[in-house]
Ligand binder design. Sequence first.
Ligand SMILES: [Fe+2]
Length: 586
Amino acid sequence: MSRVVVGISALDCESAVAILVDGKVAWAASEERFTRRKQQAGFPHRSLEEGLRYASLSPKDVDAVAYSFLDARREGREQLRNFRASLADELRASTPYSARAYHVYRFARSTANGVLRLQPRYHRQLIDGLRVHQLEGKLTYVPHHLTHAASCYRTSGRDRVLLVVMDGYGTGECSTIWLGEHGRMRQLASIRSPHSLGNMYASATQALGFIPNRHEGKVLGLAAHGNPEPVRGKLLEHVRNTPGTYRIESMIHLEREARRFARELRREDVAAGFQSVLEETGVAMVRHYVERHETPFVAVAGGVMANVKFNQRIAEIPGVEDVWVFPAMADAGTAWGAALCDSGAAAPSPAERLRDAYLGPDYSAQEIEQALRRQDLQPLAVDDLERTIAVLLTTGACVARFDGRMEFGPRALGNRSILVRAIDPTTNDSLNKRLRRTEFMPFAPVTLWEHAQACYRNIDRGRSSAEFMTMTFDCTDRMREESPAAVHVDNTARPQLVRRDVQPSYHRIVEEYCRLTGIPTVINTSFNMHEEPIVCSPDDAVRAFLDGDLEFLALGSHLVANPRAPRTREAMDALRDSRMGVAATT
Ligand SMILES: [Fe+2]
């Protein structure tokens, strides 16, 4: 009899479901992809339903449900502890009395709101949701940071590894360090709220006019354009680093400072200042434990680890040889982490590294054909799809690719991706315009695994992470010359390395492109419209394809052209010249 565990992530933001059968992940997907609402909160009904169906399981087969928070009463108690600590900080802070009184009032109000309203509400939603799916009575609660730690340890491919978790807040903690050894995890350090680097960074996001806990990537993109110094010095008056730990003197005061910086300084400089303090503080803490426990291997998770540049800095710590970033590092990934903490199952060996993140739904040929028919789209007759896509890419056309199971985590890794060549630096502006996105970071590249060394420096310090686009690397001269559209102003890129043994068809597209151009890299950006979740179903894909005015859509084994898109005609001509055997015309 196999043991089936359903993991459910926190319901406050982007809820997700993971299903583990005998410790192996059979399904993982965020609810937002099904409801089509970005960061969908609440009970993940759809993902649970689809997941059980995908794995051919009924509720009766489920042995346990693991939730990545404690129950409302205990989470509430942690929040009250957090409030007392904040209060003490505020009273110590050197702000005027009236400002302190106001801060304390605001903190008290938000804590009361959390304890009396939000926590009980999420808890009710959880219990009600489980009842709907006949899973009541199987629930276990797991402390939040433990779920993050388990997620990065059990997928790391290492037996002895330092685990670093940093996020906004969870079960009273915001930064924790663990030692994973012989399959067990031991906590070495815990920094409790309110000393949250995640919340500190989010205050910059908000002050700069973006949505906190969503648009941190925009702040990171801006940071490379700025000078950190004016803000860095001021911030470090509030952030105290001591060996192995740090303190943020007054969180509320810091938020106020962030707003003042945003009013008075260039936003690039504000972003650069916050980024540099995050890097400095986080790296000092990690470095202390790397040295003390002599661990060359580090694995990380938590929302802060969505910061790809911070991950690069961790990889640059002297003595660190390899950093593994759990691909679903933010809270959606805790669904998986919580399920991994299930005590009734034999835990998967941490020495088995995660192979891929294609863990969501896939669709039959019939469903794909129906989606095309619904929009009157006539597929082209193509005898070699991968090679054809490569030829189209050489002309500068965009090809959206939809195939196989959907990725889990924030990145599209080829199965729900838009591909375009990286040789033209103006691509970023033109494609962002078409997709109605505002980004301050260039698109990310996908590079053949075999050519990684030629394109990126120090790739071995994060080769596994680079399969999942979770870390930046400095680029080589060759990369900068051949693929300028994918290189940021600070000479870094956030690559996906594609392996033939993991993704043969996707790998072959880039390989054929390389054969035609000599360049082992194209751009891979997520297949979605502005502020929309990444596409999930063939219908979503067709809609986004037409809406974004993209030239081509490779939907399963079919290829369709959009005659209204700017480069379609030119690309079709190139295809005919290449004698690729395309029968239909647009
Ligand atoms: Fe978290």
